[in-house]
Ligand binder design. Structure first.
Ligand code: ATP
Ligand code: MG
Length: 506
């Protein structure tokens, strides 16, 4: 049994934990929920020795624990999958799975032994990768699975998962949940932090809800809660502006000559085959598919990151897309990515600087002193609008909670007022309340005529925000869902089978 008692932690004036108790019992899955910035990750870091609390006690089976590092925690049988991925990009898969072991025993000694331990864990998670593949070549979802595998190979008694599924497709999430259930049956204690409330409620036994650094609901039985009640507890007296689903009544007629972002017979070897796609101004089009089906490649092509082998991309104003991400930005194309560590933010720079970053690349305004003052003011507006939890816009982005970092990515691109907005799992790690606000902002952008393309691993998100969802299978478009066909269940079914709903008009 792992117990935390009266844990406190402040960063300067920011109180992240104001006296938190948590008890996690063996053979149970304990959900730890709360809005962005509530203190979940800070508590997790204290439980695994990554953060030294200002006060409070940890106990394992009644014995007081003094953890000086996450390595200490692993030795005690406490393993963590952190929210921000922490793999070594230039090392291969196997070396990442056994980071500490390897440095202790030397790299060549027991690679074979390590591989023998790694294989079953990777298979269980459905992660089909070569053990000598450098991690930097893996897509975000595979890197996230690898983080989970790294915790599992230590054979923990307590496993702490901080938003482990934020980049995973439904199928991978299901597989992880099977693993979690098996661990529970073996008596492992699991702490599970997530904003996917329905998913987590399906797998957990107990729920603790945090709010503003405190426990709002301690260890309630999951059977006593619903998603609605959890949301109410998470947001407290803040009004829950939960998004109403778009009403998808009948297909919307689209004028074929209206300005649109067009992909014309785009082929990318091994990824896309002669794809034709037009996304008219003012529409939100979703891209769905299983990994490798081509939907993400479309986003990369439209962002100028991936060059087509044949075909071309034409912007709404008729100009062909320039190559390279900078070229695309200068043409008003923005990409909001859930992979924020790679594309999204400068962690060591203040919020205001991040928010102003794109504007200054695209427009080259100078007069830096004046600009900084104005950008601070603009940044303050975004902070208020998106509810970014921070003491000031001078705070470094790296000091924000994961979900609040993702909101900064949004602020940055909203500030640039793009005419084409490409969204790649845009709300990764964002809580329900802020999601609703972001969906509203996206609708505002489409009312002003922006083209929006959303790729998401969450079919519910696609159904909620898109006017149309284009489903990819094996590098081609296999269905376009609108109107009454546009719901999460149909999306999931079509992306897995490649077969459009039978009654769809051809
Ligand atoms: N290193 C740090 N320096 C300054 N403030 C920090 C630091 N780490 C966390 N905080 C602050 O502590 C508070 C709690 O953050 P924490 O990361 O625990 O939130 P969270 O519940 O995990 O949120 P999310 O759902 O967005 O991941 C936030 O206000 C955050 O800005
Ligand atoms: Mg967090």
């Amino acid at each position: 049994m792992l117990e935390a008692q009266d844990i406190r932690k402040a960063y300067g004036g920011v109180v992240a934990l104001a006296g938190v108790d948590l008890t996690v019992r063996p053979g149970t899955v304990h959900a730890l929920l709360g809005e962005n910035g509530a203190g979940k990750s800070t508590l997790v870091k204290v439980l695994v020795g990554a953060v030294d609390p200002d006060a409070g006690v940890l106990r394992l089976d009644g014995r007081e624990l003094r953890l000086r590092s996450t390595a200490d925690a692993v030795d005690e049988g406490v393993a963590v999958v952190s929210q921000e991925l922490s793999l070594f990009p230039d090392l291969d898969v196997l070396s990442n799975l056994f980071p500490m072991r390897e440095s202790r025993r030397g790299p060549l000694v027991d690679r074979r032994q390590m591989a023998e331990r790694a294989r079953p864990v990777l298979d269980e998670l459905g992660l089909a990768v070569a053990l000598d593949e450098p991690v930097e070549h893996l897509p975000l979802d595979q890197r996230q699975l690898l983080e989970i595998a790294r915790a599992l190979v230590t054979d923990p008694r307590v496993l702490i998962l901080d938003e482990p599924t934020s980049a995973l497709h439904a199928e991978a999430t299901d597989r992880l949940h099977d693993v979690v259930r098996r661990l529970r049956a073996r008596g492992v204690a699991v702490v599970y932090v997530s904003h996917h409330l329905e998913d987590v409620l399906a797998v957990c036994d107990e729920v603790t809800i945090m709010r503003d650094g405190r426990v709002a609901v301690p260890a309630a039985p999951a059977s006593s809660l619903t998603v609605d009640r959890i949301v109410a507890h998470m947001l407290g007296d803040k009004v829950a502006a939960i998004v109403e689903e778009r009403s998808h009544t009948g297909a919307v007629a689209v004028d074929p000559s209206a300005p649109a972002l067009r992909l014309e017979r785009v082929t990318v070897r091994g990824q896309l085959r002669e794809v034709d796609l037009a996304v008219p101004c003012g529409r939100v089009v979703g891209l769905a598919g299983v990994a490798g089906s081509g939907h993400r490649a479309v986003l990369s092509v439209a962002a100028g990151v991936l060059r087509p082998d044949a075909g071309r991309v034409v912007l709404p104003d008729g100009a062909p897309l320039k190559g390279g991400i900078r070229g695309a930005i200068s043409q008003g194309v923005a990409i909001v990515s859930g992979d924020r560590k790679r594309f999204g933010v400068m962690l060591d720079k203040p919020i205001w600087d991040n928010v102003g970053q794109v504007g200054s690349v695209a427009l080259r305004r100078d007069g830096s002193f004046v600009r900084a003052g104005r950008l601070r003011e603009r940044a303050r507006e975004h902070v208020a609008r998106l509810g970014i939890k921070t003491p000031s816009v001078d705070q470094e982005v790296g000091a924000l909670s994961g979900g609040n970092q993702q909101k900064v990515v949004f602020a940055k691109w909203l500030e640039a007022e793009p005419s084409v907005l490409l969204l790649d799992d845009p709300t990764r790690g964002i809580d329900v309340g802020a999601k609703a606000e972001i969906y509203n902002l996206l609708r505002g952008l489409s009312d002003r005529g922006a083209v929006q393309i959303v790729a998401s691993s969450d079919p519910r998100e696609l159904a909620a925000v898109c006017d149309e969802v284009v489903v990819f299978y094996d590098g081609r478009i296999c269905a376009r869902l609108t109107g009454r066909h546009l719901d999460a269940h149909t999306i999931l079914e079509v992306m897995n089978t490649g077969v459009p709903p039978a009654e769809l008009p051809a």
